[in-house]
Design a protein around this ligand. Structure first.
Ligand SMILES: [Zn+2]
Length: 203
């Protein structure tokens, strides 16, 4: 599949946190997924992981001529194609930990409806909330604000947020004080991977 380059990347300040293993796991999975879809960020993250491993070796006073190994991050973030699954989107390249997890996830029509036209399925996460999110085509989330970090990665379809259109692989990032009402594109349902630190504040 030919995919256009991503236009909305995760903020750079999070890439180093990811590479050194200090980003909460739900956000780290968003970055790993984006990296599987974005060659530029993939290259940056791999370079930073090597640097992170080198710095932690220096900090521990370890002296070796061996090449530094990447800092530990997620279980397995190597990119693999997701095999076609009935009721799911087409082939995507995902971190293997997410691809394996999605094989056991029911189709979006079976997920609990959290808002009219919006369904969510929780995924395991230790230190933030992580969900798969499905917007019916054309559905807009009610206006709400954030108390903490939120990252939304588009896995299928499109999401309009303010003046920005987020396509497959793009990451929309909100932080404390940001308010918005994202809306799914009108042509097809929008499937996202969604990580939040805290509950949303509806206006
Ligand atoms: Zn990127």
């Amino acid at each position: 599949m030919i995919m256009k380059p991503c236009t909305n990347h995760p903020p750079e300040e999070f890439l180093l946190d990811y590479a050194t293993g200090s980003l909460p796991d739900a956000f780290a999975l968003i970055l790993a997924t984006h990296a599987c879809m974005c060659p530029a960020c993939h290259q940056n993250i791999r370079a930073l992981e090597t640097l992170g491993g080198f710095l932690s070796m220096q900090a521990s006073g370890e002296k070796t001529n061996a090449l530094p190994t990447p800092a530990p991050s997620l279980p397995d973030t190597s990119c693999i194609p997701l095999p076609p699954i009935t009721g799911w989107m087409g082939l995507r390249t995902l971190p293997s930990c997410l691809a394996h997890c999605m094989e056991d996830v029911p189709p979006p029509s079976a997920w609990p409806e959290i808002l009219p036209g919006i369904r969510a399925f929780p995924l395991p996460s230790v230190d933030a909330k992580l969900h798969l999110l499905s917007f019916a085509k054309g559905v807009q989330a009610p206006n709400h604000c954030h108390d903490g970090l939120e990252m939304t990665l588009v896995l299928d379809g499109e999401l309009q947020d303010g003046k920005t259109l987020f396509s497959i692989g793009d990451v929309a990032t909100c932080d404390t004080g940001d308010c918005h009402a994202p809306k799914a594109g009108s042509r097809r349902n929008c499937l996202c991977l969604w990580a939040t630190e805290n509950d949303l504040v509806f206006l």
